[in-house]
Design a protein around this ligand. Structure first.
Ligand code: CA
Length: 233
């Protein structure tokens, strides 16, 4: 457990197996990341809350507080750092629970460092479009403060889920462009395959319910038939 203050992107590792924790810490440090590691969730959660990192590697089977519980707490506090879940179980249910709770990706143990780093880099790349964006967007009666992760409509705060917010942020970053469902799945969900584009449609409907005065007759978040979606201010 150590805290380092550098300009490097910080990766938090939560893993109770000492050998794996050390392996991850050493190799991530060698890759140029500022690594902070903890053996349990009770230690990790306050650190993550105090300083949301660029990425969290989170083991599922942890003593006392499970990785899912850690994830749930972190997300419920409005922290959107990308999370890669490390699961010893190949169970489909773990993957689904993790993704439902707001994990961005998962890796099944045992994994190769090469595979893990590819996923870490993918999450860091996804973070690229989050950088350099203006702080505030307005369309219709909706105001989105990206840095504060605050969405208001007529001055009232909207409670968006992590994924709804990420989808909105992506659409804002590509305002005026037509973005395909496949592009959204790849860049917002981070999946290259095995996901149905219907997932995107469902989230777009949820966003419309939040943002549009008449969700069934959208004025801002438009469907471009056969192509995808377009956000217009
Ligand atoms: Ca474990």
């Amino acid at each position: 457990m150590r805290a380092v203050t550098t300009g490097k992107p910080q990766v938090v590792v939560v893993e109770d197996e000492p050998e794996l924790r050390l392996l991850l810490t050493d190799n991530l440090s060698a890759e140029g990341y500022d690594v902070w590691a903890a053996a349990d969730g009770e230690t990790a959660v306050p650190h993550i809350e105090a300083r949301p990192p660029a990425l969290i590697l989170l083991d599922v089977l942890l003593p006392r507080m499970s990785g899912f519980e850690v994830l749930n707490r972190v997300r419920s506090r409005g922290i959107h750092s990308p999370v890669i879940v490390l699961t010893a179980r190949a169970a489909e249910s773990d993957r689904i629970i993790g993704l439902d709770l707001g994990a961005d990706d998962y890796v099944t143990k045992p994994f190769s460092l090469r595979e893990l780093f590819a996923r870490v880099r993918a999450q860091m790349r996804r973070d690229d479009w989050r950088g350099g964006e203006p702080g505030e967007f307005t369309f219709g009666d909706v105001v989105v403060n990206v840095r504060k992760r605050l969405v208001t409509r007529r001055g009232r705060r909207l409670e968006l889920s992590t994924r709804e917010f990420e989808l909105l942020r992506y659409l804002l970053a590509h305002q005026g462009e037509v973005v395909s469902r496949e592009q959204l799945l790849r860049d917002v969900w981070g999946y290259s395959q095995s996901m149905v584009t219907r997932t995107v449609d469902n989230y777009v409907m949820r966003l419309r319910a939040h943002l549009e005065p008449q969700p069934h007759d959208p004025r801002h978040l438009l469907t471009i038939h056969g192509e995808g979606y377009q956000l217009l201010a």
